[in-house]
Design a protein around this ligand. Structure first.
Ligand SMILES: Nc1ncnc2c1ncn2[C@@H]1O[C@H](COP(=O)(O)OP(=O)(O)OP(=O)(O)O)[C@@H](O)[C@H]1O
Ligand SMILES: [Mg+2]
Length: 334
């Protein structure tokens, strides 16, 4: 068997829980062939034993009956940042922080925009990049949905500036009414161009709102930004937690250091009785820290006012103090 043939077999083995293969995840470091002996060096950075074992078992079974003698070894160094060509966009920011989750609708954009507002209220210079190509929601929450990107003298895009926050979104570039089908490579290109082609000012914080999932957008951000932090958003529902576990595992694998998680819609304060209610399920925050193996940064309640102002784009103006006290504490921990 040639190295290409071996690689092609390996590229059909999916990383547990994902559509992408172990080759896509840069797990296969090297393949050495001597006679009928094949040495495969793997970088299995995951801390999840089940995932590790499954990958090893699947490799073994893929070569069963092929007549080769397979030797699997793993390295536990941190090669992802060296195996992937790292670009360094948006160096004009002192800190770059991504907000992400595998699951849709858990409140990533709300948390990302709220963090930006909180930082601005603390006196920092902040920008937010909407890396959601399929459903750019940042402009809706910032109240900049009517804005269009303009090009400056240096041929770079000028970020939209409103309520003290700089932002860039595909929503400023394409007509939101026109549905566009973006394939993987186009998603990558669009995000890279928004990072590279925007005339970002000197910033204290650059926040990136990622689309749901662990696909091309997340990999692109990882490969092109020196991330200083990444925040996972989850909700108390069991499915969302299972997704958060997978997300943590994925980001460990690609070498993104997760700063911690935010539990969004953790509870709801009853208007009449002022008790905390748990309509989305209840899980102890400490338990969640153990399950995810990450520090919890804070619990955000479901707040009808926040939903309304997020939808109307007025969060920066009329977000109430109680809500922002919670967000401020989260931001302080990152
Ligand atoms: N703490 C909250 N209180 C009230 N409403 C919230 C809260 N967090 C999010 N929402 C609402 O839930 C909806 C989904 O939130 P959001 O768009 O932020 O999620 P998302 O994870 O970014 O979704 P997507 O995966 O589609 O990008 C929005 O209407 C938002 O206003
Ligand atoms: Mg979103």
């Amino acid at each position: 068997m040639t190295e290409d043939e071996i690689r092609s077999i390996l590229s059909k083995i999916r990383y547990p829980g994902y559509a992408k293969s172990i080759v896509d995840f840069k797990i296969v470091k090297s393949i050495e062939i001597s006679g009928d002996e094949v040495k495969i060096l793997l970088n299995l950075a995951t801390k999840n034993e089940d995932v590790r074992n499954r990958v090893l078992e699947e490799i073994k079974s893929a070569f069963k009956g092929s007549g080769i003698r397979l030797i699997l070894t793993t390295v536990q160094d941190q090669p992802t940042s060296t195996t992937v060509e790292q670009k360094h966009f948006v160096q004009s920011a002192k800190k770059r922080i991504a907000v992400l989750s595998a699951k849709g609708g858990v409140g990533k954009t709300t948390v990302a925009v709220s963090m930006a507002i909180s930082l601005k209220r603390k006196g920092y210079k902040v920008a937010i990049l909407d890396a959601d190509i399929h459903g750019p929601n940042v402009p809706r929450m910032l109240g900049t949905i009517e804005e269009k990107a303009t090009v400056g003298e240096n041929k770079k895009l000028i970020p939209v500036f409103k309520d003290g926050i700089y932002s860039m979104s595909l929503g400023y570039v394409v007509d939101q009414e026109t549905p566009v089908i973006w394939k993987g490579a186009m998603v990558t290109k669009a995000i890279v161009e928004m990072m590279e082609m925007t005339d970002w000012p000197e910033l204290d914080y650059f926040i990136i709102d990622l689309p749901p999932g662990t696909g091309d957008a997340a990999l692109t951000v990882k490969q092109n930004l020196d991330l200083d932090g990444a925040v996972i958003v989850t909700t108390p529902g069991e499915l969302s937690i299972a997704d958060a576990v997978r997300t943590v595992d994925f980001f460990n694998q690609v070498g993104i250091k997760i700063s911690g998680f935010v539990e969004n819609m953790a509870y709801f304060v009853c208007d009449n009785c002022h008790n905390k209610l748990y309509p989305f399920g209840k899980i102890e925050f400490g338990d969640l820290e153990k399950i995810l193996g990450l520090p919890g940064l804070g619990e955000i309640p479901f707040d009808i006012e926040v939903e309304k102002s997020a939808d109307e784009g007025t969060l920066a103006r009329d977000g109430n103090n109680e809500y922002f006290e919670i967000v401020d504490k989260i931001v302080d921990k990152i």
